[in-house]
Write a protein that binds this ligand. Structure first.
Ligand code: CAA
Length: 395
């Protein structure tokens, strides 16, 4: 029975920041044409975390519905992937574990490799579940993309968290073997420990991303991967959504398939709906693309869907998933549409104030205003410790 050995995504839930800055509002400040934002980079708005939101609160918001639906009895591991780490030592997932009221008999760890971390987490989770099929792994990807104010990258910022429950006999998508892998030491995007914002060489990063598409595909083929014709469509990491269209062109060229711009648009547009309004959410971005595809109109029962993950620096992976028949009844389309729709619009001045108000780093006490729309919030900082409020049902 092939179904007995399948492992993959059993549930997928995402949340984003409580505030939203549109590119129409941003363009009033930058002077860039809206066409550059809407067509050139494919972005219409960016989620902005409220003053009392961070990667932990977004992660807990994303994961709480998963725990409510499935319980936590079988979860033995929480893997928290992020580029936006809040501590050099303690894993952000330990705070999320506490807020979610998870039991103590769980291992929790944080993973980092820019926007690739969640894919590593997903693959490690799949291996753990293969080894012990009764256990489940909670994978959380949570990031806030921040570039320097008034830099070209600013228009691609965003924030979101995705929680995925990895399980045997998954209700949504099975993770296939093999993977195509590609690592290349390059300074295209990085963030030294003393910086809040990323350093980036924009054009170099685009070229490095496209080289990684080619590198992963070639490695995938060298490991007896599927032919391109067997893959219905591909979800890509979306630092800005136009990147996915460029990437698909690169993949098809590498695979030796000619394709029109119209055909590429037809394949990729269903994957961009969430990211074009949320912005870059680094390691969560690929899985928002997958959510958009699954929650769109197309019937994907038993379809093979490719996933391309890219983390600057750089590490990349191409792999495929097989969509489980009946997956639609397990999706969270209404909740996802709702969290996007109820974000509070802010003007440019408010966004700029939020960006400029940084948390103290000298251990003094600091309270944060109540702005978050969700049930978890960062209430302040005292004695160098972050103080969270919300939920914590049972531990
Ligand atoms: N109408 C329509 N299109 C327009 C236009 C207009 N009026 N004006 C410009 N454009 C188009 C340009 O032609 C260009 O399209 P092409 O690339 O297809 O030619 C596009 O809009 C962007 O214009 P520019 O290249 O002039 O934009 P820019 O100099 O402002 O920088 C950027 C764009 C390099 C992506 C910048 O936003 C950036 O540095 N972003 C951060 C880095 C990044 O996202 N890199 C992606 C790969 S790395 C990665 O994936 C990891 C990660 O998450 C960071």
């Amino acid at each position: 029975m092939p179904g007995d050995r399948t492992v993959g995504i059993h549930d997928l839930s995402f949340r984003t920041g409580s505030l939203v800055l549109t590119h129409a509002e941003l363009s009033k400040h930058t002077g860039a044409s809206l066409a550059k934002y809407h067509q050139g980079i494919g972005q219409r708005a960016m989620s902005v975390p409220a003053a009392d939101e961070d990667i932990v609160t977004m992660a807990a918001e994303a994961a709480a519905p998963v725990i409510e639906r499935h319980g936590c009895d079988r979860i033995r591991t929480v893997l928290f992937a992020t580029e936006t780490s809040i501590d050099q030592s303690k894993a952000a997932g330990v705070y999320a574990h506490s807020l979610l009221g998870l039991p103590s008999h769980i291992r929790v760890v944080e993973l980092k490799q820019a926007c690739y971390g969640a894919t590593a987490a997903l693959q490690f989770a799949a291996a753990l579940v293969q080894r012990e099929p009764e256990q489940q792994v909670l994978v959380i990807a949570s990031d806030i993309a921040r570039y320097d104010l008034d830099s070209p990258g600013e228009a691609t910022q965003g924030a979101a968290a995705v929680a995925m429950l990895v399980s045997a006999r998954p209700a949504i998508a099975a993770i296939d073997r093999p993977s195509g892998l590609h690592t290349h030491d390059i300074m295209d995007f990085w963030r030294p420990n003393y910086r809040e914002t990323a350093l980036v060489d924009g054009k170099k990063s685009l070229a490095a991303y496209l080289a990684a598409v080619e590198g992963t595909w070639r490695d995938y083929q060298n490991h007896q991967g599927l032919a391109i014709e067997q893959i219905r469509t591909v979800c890509y990491h979306q630092p800005f959504t136009r990147m996915a269209f460029k990437a698909h062109r690169q993949l098809l060229d590498t695979a030796g398939v000619s394709s029109s711009d119209t055909a590429i648009a037809h394949a990729i547009t269903p994957t961009t709906r969430y990211n074009e309004t949320i912005g870059n959410s680094y390691t969560a971005s690929l899985y928002l693309a997958l959510a958009a595809l699954l929650e769109g109109d197309e019937d994907l029962d038993e379809a093979t869907v490719g996933l391309f993950s890219y983390g600057s620096g750089s590490v990349a992976e191409f792999f495929t998933t097989r969509i489980t028949p009946g997956y639609r009844t397990h999706l969270r389309t209404a909740a996802h549409t709702d969290v996007i729709a109820r974000r509070r619009p802010i003007d440019y001045a408010t966004y700029r104030r939020l960006r400029e108000d940084t948390l103290p780093d000298d251990g003094t006490q600091h309270s944060l205003p109540h702005q978050a729309l969700g049930r978890f919030r960062l209430s302040g900082i005292a004695g160098h410790q972050r103080l969270y409020e919300g939920f914590r049902p049972s531990n």
